[in-house]
Design a protein around this ligand. Structure first.
Ligand code: GLN
Ligand code: ZN
Length: 768
């Protein structure tokens, strides 16, 4: 029996890589210094895994920015616009130009596109392919890192994204070919890499084909069969670990089981039942091993040894010890690094901490599971085993987790609790009477610039250098100035600016029961950007109002409407580490009830317009289409529960960032928000077509300018976009607003842009 890890976090336990990257980009450290930081992190990771008894230790799981970009560079799939950079002798220039865009010699090169890695919050750089795309071995990173580890005395298992998944991750430039046809050009370069690795002494290679967890076409499945047969023919001695994760093989199982590989890796956290399916199918060839992904790479909970050993023992009974590997469910890059660094007992109490495991602890779990499974360590006498059992039992019954009041409230939700009192057509009339807004009403998405000054107040307040009173005074002054600016510029529906919020999920999590926070639980989101998701450990409830004070204060300053601002239940769920002892839908419903209470309290405080942001609805979609309906059902219902406690004339808004709406437009309509604001400017209003085709009945604010850029748009540009919008959506359904929150912008450009935006709305009112 062996132990197998699919990948280890590369940001460093104290985010060393992030810091080094940012210093390098700012010109403050040299390329050598940056590379040395990378090498130090790799060395540390390899040694840690070796010392903790991991047999198949990954290499090439490290990346300065993104592993898909690394592969793109290795395979020489460099888009034309970076030619200038590929001629310089600094390959880092080229690499970061592709990752982040660059300006050089008067030339302005945009970055490659970035998108989410399956259903995670990790973003990868999307490969771009042309019709006759040529590939060549351009960078030998994977070989260099194998040699680097070998020189430390560690013979690693290099990790590569498999050829089929690599092509599927990318997109075609030009519509007269399918990228899967490039497989014949691509495979020879993989072969070149594999021969070099073999020559250096590699015996294992991990090829990740996570697309096996998705719905594949016959052509894509055939490509998988072709590729792995070719690899086997050309490299009969190389042990290929074929990794699938984030779901089971589904209808791809037969194709997969027929492949001539050494080992199949299964994600038994997402899909424990597939073990039975595979063992009972009788289709697993006699010489093939199973890597059992029982240690969750996607979450922070301590493994339940008893439960894992049941699965492991089942596999041993069927196949024998020698054909089993114990593994992480997927790469550990989706987990924070090290629980030992959590030393702040106030936020992460010892009781909660004993339930958790981060990457380092997960490595230890993998190795302990092997010891128990092989009886190398007798579990009945093992302190570690007893500790694990105790922690898991105590989590099941802990008073911290279980709140009968919350459970009963969820159980007694009735039909109609997710419904507004009347239909939109009726509400619309009440709202028009109550709110008296002009045609093309103007508003913003919520946040105004979070300047360095605002952030410094929060830092000082947290360190105790400012009293609550001093901190609140400063925030009030900032809020008041923001209200005055909005009044002066003629915006119709104002916001308070969200200056008191660090982050749109953390701010709510800090005030809700059932949530806690880590000090150092960082996970890479993209490049140097890391996030520290809240931990939902228990039943969620709202002890006191969370936003009413600020909304009330802002409303007291002005006769205009101030919009209350909340984060929705699905987004809070999606951007947190979620408990694994009950379905996600249950946790989401609990959050929905807490938000509902806040909505009702805002209404009581005289707030007539309330926005519930749900930018993460789409990213929660399951990987397989057949699972969409169930998710959308509970997710949309949770939003509706949060929004339905108010009277007809209270107007509920929602906001969603860049997403495609075509295939979920019915569900968006089912949310029944009175107004939805969406990203639209970068797509030149194309995203509106889904709403137009559907004859979406409620009101819509298609973003008229891109807040991701400091550029100030002219009112003419926005009039142009609004005319386009009103050619597909009736004018009396349209709102005028930016794309998203203004948090990351500077005041100067923000003021100019919003004044232009108000002018655009005025021109539109005259025009109709
Ligand atoms: N209200 C939030 C803001 O303006 C919305 C952010 C988001 O959609 N991501 O910052
Ligand atoms: Zn947004």
């Amino acid at each position: 029996m062996k132990t197998n890890n699919l990948g280890y976090p590369r940001i460093g336990s104290n985010r060393e890589l992030k810091k080094a990257n940012e210093l390098y980009w700012a010109g403050k450290i040299t390329a050598e210094e940056l590379l040395a930081t990378g090498s130090a992190i790799r060395t540390q990771n390899w040694k840690l895994q070796a010392e903790n008894g991991i047999d198949l230790i990954p290499s090439n799981d490290f990346s300065l920015y993104d592993q898909v970009l690394d592969l793109t560079l290795s395979l020489g799939a460099i888009p034309e616009r970076y030619q200038e950079f590929s001629r310089t002798n600094n390959s880092l220039d080229l690499y970061f130009a592709m990752a982040r865009g660059a300006q050089k010699n008067g030339q302005d090169v945009v970055a490659m596109e970035m998108t989410k890695w399956f259903d995670t919050n990790y973003h990868y750089i999307v490969p771009e392919f042309t019709k006759n795309q040529k590939f060549e071995l351009f960078s030998t990173k994977v070989i260099a890192e194998f040699i680097e580890a070998k020189n430390l005395g560690i013979r690693t298992k290099p990790v590569l994204i498999g050829p089929v998944s690599y092509l599927l991750l990318g997109k075609e430039k030009g519509d007269d070919f399918h990228r899967i046809d490039l497989i014949y050009n691509l495979l020879p370069v993989y072969f070149e890499i594999l021969s070099k690795l073999e020559a250096e002494g590699a015996s294992y290679i991990q090829l990740d084909e996570p697309f096996l967890a998705l719905n594949l076409t016959d052509k894509e499945r055939d490509a998988i069969t072709y590729v792995y047969n070719e690899i086997n023919k050309n490299f009969p001695n190389l042990k290929v670990v074929l990794a699938n994760y984030f779901d089971c093989f589904g209808e791809n199982l037969e194709t997969a089981l027929a492949l001539p590989v050494d080992t199949f890796h299964l994600d038994l956290v997402r899909c424990p039942l597939q073990l039975d399916d595979i063992l009972e199918s009788g289709k697993l060839a006699d010489n093939v091993n199973l890597s059992l992904g029982v240690v969750d790479g996607r979450n922070i909970w301590k493994n339940d040894f008893k439960k894992s050993l049941v699965l492991i023992e089942k596999a041993i009974t069927a196949l024998g010890e020698n054909r089993i590997l114990i593994a992480s469910s997927c790469s550990l890059i989706h987990s924070p690094c090290d629980l030992d660094l959590e030393t702040n007992d106030e936020t992460l109490t010892p009781e909660i901490k004993q339930w958790l495991a981060f990457a380092k602890q997960k490595i230890q779990e993998i190795s302990l599971l092997k010891q128990f499974a092989t009886n190398e360590t007798d579990r009945t006498n093992s302190l570690k085993f007893a500790e694990n059992t105790l922690a898991n039992e105590n989590r099941k019954s802990s008073a911290l987790i279980h709140n009968e009041g919350v459970k009963n409230r969820v159980a007694s939700i009735e039909k109609g609790d997710d419904q507004r009192q009347n239909t939109f057509a009726v509400r619309r009339k009440s709202q028009a009477e109550a709110l008296k807004l002009p045609l093309f009403p103007t508003t913003t998405i919520g946040s105004f610039p979070q300047t360095a000054e605002v952030r410094s107040w929060r830092a000082k307040f947290k360190k105790g250098e400012l009293t609550q009173q001093q901190y609140d005074d400063l925030l009030q002054k900032e809020t008041e100035e923001t209200i005055r600016f909005q009044e002066e510029s003629g915006i119709d529906v104002l916001v308070h600016g969200e200056f008191e919020r660090n982050d749109m999920v953390e701010y709510f999590g800090e005030q809700l029961d059932g949530f806690t926070f880590t000090k150092n639980g960082w996970v890479q989101s993209y490049g140097s950007r890391c996030v520290k998701p809240p931990v939902i450990y228990g039943d969620v409830s709202r002890p006191t109002p969370m936003t009413v004070k600020w909304a009330e204060f802002a409303q007291s300053l002005t006769p205009k409407w101030v919009k209350g601002m909340l984060t929705g239940p699905v987004t809070i769920l999606q951007w947190s580490f979620v408990r694994n002892d009950q379905p996600r839908s249950e946790t989401c419903t609990q959050i929905a009830l807490a938000i509902r209470d806040e909505v009702v309290d805002l209404e009581k405080a005289g707030i007539k317009i309330i926005q519930i942001d749900e930018p993460a609805i789409r990213e929660g979609l399951p990987l397989r289409k057949e699972d969409w309906a169930n998710y959308l059902d509970w997710a949309i219902k949770a939003f509706r529960i949060s929004a339905s406690g108010v009277a007809d004339d209270t107007q509920i808004h929602t906001h969603m960032c860049y997403s495609e709406f075509n295939d979920i437009i019915q569900n968006i309509a089912d949310m029944d928000a009175d107004v939805i604001t969406i990203e639209c400017s970068r797509s030149q209003m194309e995203l509106l077509d889904a709403f137009a085709d559907f004859k979406y009945p409620n009101e819509i604010g298609p973003g008229v300018y891109d807040i991701h850029s400091p550029r100030v748009p002219s009112n003419e540009e926005m009039v142009h976009l609004l005319k386009k919008a009103s050619s597909v959506i009736p004018a009396d359904q349209l709102w005028v607003n930016p794309d998203c929150g203004l948090k990351t912008r500077h005041w100067d450009e923000t003021k100019k842009a919003l004044i232009e935006m108000v002018n655009a709305a005025k021109k539109m009112r005259v025009a109709v």
